[in-house]
Design a protein around this ligand. Structure first.
Ligand code: 0X9
Ligand code: ZN
Length: 420
């Protein structure tokens, strides 16, 4: 009881502070391995307190949770873990340094590129403008195979642009694979993964023509461009959109804002929370645009894949209940194909299962909505690896990671194409 009260009080005092931080000086990152259900429960309460930033919080015993803790919270946090004999390891003594290094490397490699290079580089995490310019470049270079569409505007007015990739045979109404990334601002490796898919399908067409024979691909590489830019300019660990929601707080968690069991579980009604569900379902222009896109593709889209980070997960519905949908075997088979291909290629192991059972219950996600409301029969959330002691892989590892991700995506797409 005391523990619960303490946690609740801590939540009230500090959540808003987390959102304002920009340097992360002295922030530590912990990997925590609960060994039993009781320890798991304590971790769950710590997560619900919203005092700490859980980068990942698996339900499966044996997989580590990763948590970032502010300097002033660290001693209480460690005491709490020690009191319950929960095993932990500090894997990053100063996240501020990691963020500063990442920024330096990113700027260095970005500036190395000459402005007339046409393709996109995977030596740095790209800014929204560069991503958008790449899409436009591809549309200009491959006018018979590539089509752009503005499906809406973000709160701050950035274009939400999709790229439709075809094989140029002029057949309309083919089936569709719908891919998006970057609904969570800080998950930089996800838009990088989407860009790599785009590059492979467009610039490496000859090798991937079989993926475009009976299918078109529609890709929205940055669902939340305002948040994405904010993580580059101001607060590296920002997760939400950027529309003001109360006097002091901004942003809604796009992946809690979809209107399917909206707000029922794993989503906060507190505007400052990182998992704020929004004042209403579809309160955000970004989620409205993605919803409308899904509905325009109902009947054609057979596979919706949304890229996140982090943690090596291939997750399928439901995210709002631990029950499984009737067709879970079909979902599992596709996810398993991704798992197998990645494991065979690099040895990297993903966890496969329903998102509630593998990770946690969280309603209002785009994956559940795509599956249930837009009737897309295969809907998967892919959480890309962190590959290091921070949140995203260091810029020097982007290419290695997105190539590995592509192997999994290709295998899942092949399975879908052969089955639907
Ligand atoms: O919590 C999320 O939105 C996703 N994890 S993340 O660490 N990238 O934030 C998982 C979403 C799984 N799907 C649903 N819960 N619907
Ligand atoms: Zn995410």
């Amino acid at each position: 009881m005391f523990f619960k009260l303490f946690i609740a009080a801590a939540a009230l005092c500090c959540t808003a502070v987390l959102a304002e931080v920009t340097s992360y000086e002295g922030y530590k990152i912990y990997d925590i391995k609960p060994q039993n259900a009781a320890q798991q429960e304590i971790l769950q309460q710590l997560a619900e307190s919203e005092t700490y930033d859980f980068f990942t919080q698996p339900r499966v015993l044996g997989l580590a949770a990763r948590v970032m803790v502010a300097p002033e919270e660290q001693s209480v946090f460690e005491q709490t873990l020690q009191a319950s004999e929960i095993e932990y390891q500090i894997i990053n003594e100063n996240f501020g340094e990691t963020v500063a290094t990442e920024r330096m490397q990113n700027n260095f490699f970005r500036n190395l590129r000459s402005s007339n290079e046409r393709s996109i580089s995977f030596s740095a995490y790209q800014r929204y403008e560069a991503i958008d310019a790449y899409l436009k470049q591809l549309a200009a270079d491959y006018p018979s195979r590539v089509f752009l569409k503005t499906i809406g505007k973000s709160y701050e007015g950035r274009a939400l642009r999709t790229i439709t990739i075809t094989n140029g045979d002029g057949v309309s109404n083919k089936k569709v694979i719908l891919l998006d990334a970057g609904i969570h601002a800080r998950e930089w490796i996800a838009p990088a993964g989407a860009l790599y898919v785009i590059q492979q399908l467009v610039e490496n067409f000859a090798e991937n023509a079989h993926l475009l024979q009976t299918y078109d691909w529609v890709i929205l590489p940055v669902v939340n461009p305002d948040g994405y830019e904010y993580t580059h300019t101001t607060t590296r660990m920002w997760r939400k959109t950027r529309k003001p929601v109360s006097t002091n707080c901004y942003g809604t968690d796009g992946n809690r804002n979809f209107d399917f069991h909206w707000g029922e579980v794993g989503a906060s009604s507190y505007t400052c929370s990182d998992t704020f569900r929004g004042r209403t379902a579809f309160s955000e222009p970004e989620t409205q645009a993605l919803r409308d896109l899904m509905h325009t593709l109902t009947g054609r889209a057979t596979f919706y894949l949304t890229l996140h980070s982090y943690g090596n997960y291939l997750l399928y519905p439901w995210g709002w209940t631990s029950d499984l949908p009737d067709t879970w075997r079909a979902l599992d088979e596709v996810a398993q194909a991704g798992y197998d291909a990645i494991k065979a290629a690099t040895g990297t192991v993903y966890s496969v299962g329903s998102s509630t059972n593998v990770l946690y219950a969280a309603a209002g996600g785009s994956d559940d909505y795509a599956f249930a409301a837009a009737k897309i029969p295969i809907s998967i959330t892919m959480e890309l690896p962190a590959a290091g002691n921070g949140f995203n892989p260091a810029p020097t590892r982007i290419l290695e990671l997105v190539s590995e991700t592509w192997i999994g995506i290709k295998a899942m797409a092949e399975k879908v194409i052969e089955s639907y």
